[in-house]
Design a protein around this ligand. Structure first.
Ligand SMILES: Cc1cc2nc3c(=O)[nH]c(=O)nc-3n(C[C@H](O)[C@H](O)[C@H](O)COP(=O)(O)OP(=O)(O)OC[C@H]3O[C@@H](n4cnc5c(N)ncnc54)[C@H](O)[C@@H]3O)c2cc1C
Length: 402
């Protein structure tokens, strides 16, 4: 008894590091598949990091496999929104990519021709509808009252995109997981992962040591440093993602479309509360363009360069926002993989699985939970194995021997 008191040891078969939307989904999916102990260790409170800072756009873009993965998520989210236990909701806004140069316009049109060639937007309703619209044709296609079209060369319009409340969706997973018996240990940082003879045996948390059979690392941008603790160098880098929250000087009598300025990467997203978020996502940025960051060193003040660029694009596309108040700002940390696909599942350390994303973690959290729970409970890979396993990268392997 005394030994146990001095060095507390409790059994937890499945330990999840990180209570963001991905950890919450993995916990929920595990709880649907097994009666074994499942515990989430979250160093703060759930969904308070990348998930909280996310724009949470949902849609069905990507190739056949990616679309199938997203369809799994949409189906599960339909279930969530039809019986919400948390305060989750979804707003259909449509999505506009706007080009203001002739080169950008040609790129938008070409991107659609490619999709058309591969049948991506005609394949039996399996992909979302998308249109290329030259010049200001968008003003005769969608409700975009404040869009200034003087400089617009063309747009790509996807009417089926929208956004959700990412934190609330994570809570939805957690509500359902805890109903199924999952334990959530908040304010409990994992400090080390103990590996003996190539297999995970225990976690060291700030509250003591926990014996575990399986660890699933879902720590968002902190995955890299946690993986290092088991000797794994993750092919994941980071990109700061700045956001300004604007309060317009008027209420908007329409649903503000998600708008992405093709040339600069500046985007605009409405919110349930009437604020407009302005961020930057340059789709041409590659893994090679960015580096690994310590997420704890990324501060929440946006750079002057970002502010200036955002102001330029506001002047060009949405000048009514020049009068808006900036009510908040923050910088999220986006994760990036070499091939833009997530890394999900087994690693070459027995009992240590990973869920790392190239963005899109809100959309892909459901399928990540499905894939990982199938692997570690049933020992079965899914049909997505080749696309998402870490073993697709040179120099990496995993414990699957099928
Ligand atoms: C600005 C921005 C916009 C985005 N827009 C979209 C979008 O439109 N659509 C989309 O699908 N995706 C989007 N993403 C990506 C998406 O938000 C992420 O992929 C997703 O939130 C990742 O979730 P996660 O649970 O893996 O990570 P997180 O939400 O970061 O959760 C990780 C958790 O791990 C915890 N943790 C860390 N270290 C430890 C430790 N040692 N011990 C215990 N706990 C620990 C953290 O406290 C945190 O709560 C966006 C991201 C950003 C930054």
């Amino acid at each position: 008894m005394w030994t146990r008191f001095l060095s507390p040891v409790t059994m937890a078969s499945y330990a999840i590091i990180g209570g963001g939307i991905v950890g919450a989904s993995v916990a929920y999916h595990l709880s649907c598949r097994t009666d074994a102990d499942v515990t989430i260790y979250e160093r703060q409170s759930p969904a308070s990091e990348t998930t909280y800072r996310s724009m949470a756009i949902l849609g069905r873009t990507g190739n056949e496999t990616m679309t199938e993965m997203k369809r799994y998520g949409l189906s599960l989210y339909n279930d969530f929104f039809s019986d919400p236990k948390a305060n989750s909701r979804f707003d259909l806004t449509g999505s506009l990519a706007v080009a203001t140069t002739s080169e950008g316009d040609a790129e938008l049109e070409d991107s659609l021709k490619k999709e058309s060639k591969t049948g991506l937007y005609t394949a039996g309703g399996k992909h979302e509808p998308v249109e290329y619209l030259p010049g200001d044709e968008i003003t005769r296609t969608a409700i975009v009252p404040y869009l200034r079209t003087d400089d617009v060369e063309g747009t790509r319009y996807r009417p089926n995109k929208g956004f959700t409340r990412p934190q609330e969706v994570a809570y939805e997973f957690l509500e359902r997981a805890t109903e199924n018996g999952v334990t959530v240990e908040n304010n409990t940082a994992v400090e080390d992962v103990i590996v003996e003879d190539g297999a995970v045996t225990a976690l060291e948390t700030e509250r003591g040591t926990e014996d575990v059979d399986h660890v699933v690392c879902t720590a968002g941008p902190w995955n890299v440093s946690l993986a290092e603790k088991v000797g794994l160098t993750l092919p994941v880098r980071h990109e700061p993602a700045p956001i300004l929250q604007l309060e317009p000087d008027r209420s908007l009598p329409f649903t503000f479309p998600y708008t992405h300025h093709h040339e600069s990467g500046i985007y605009f997203r409405g919110s349930h509360e009437g604020d407009i978020y302005v961020g930057k996502h340059d789709k041409s940025t590659t893994y090679e363009d960015v580096e690994q960051l310590d997420p704890d060193t990324v501060r929440d003040s946006v750079s002057i360069e970002f502010r200036d660029l955002a102001t330029d694009v506001i002047e060009t596309l949405y000048p009514f926002l020049l009068n808006a108040d900036i009510t908040e700002e923050w910088v999220g940390v986006g994760s990036r993989t070499p091939d833009r696909w997530p890394i999900l599942g087994w690693t070459d350390v027995e009992g240590f699985s990973i869920a790392a994303f190239h963005s899109q973690g809100i959309q892909l959290a459901p399928i990540a939970g499905h894939i990982i729970s199938r692997q570690i409970v049933d020992g079965e890979p899914t049909e997505y194995y080749e696309d998402v396993s870490i073993s697709r990268f040179d120099g990496y392997s995993d414990t699957y021997s099928g």
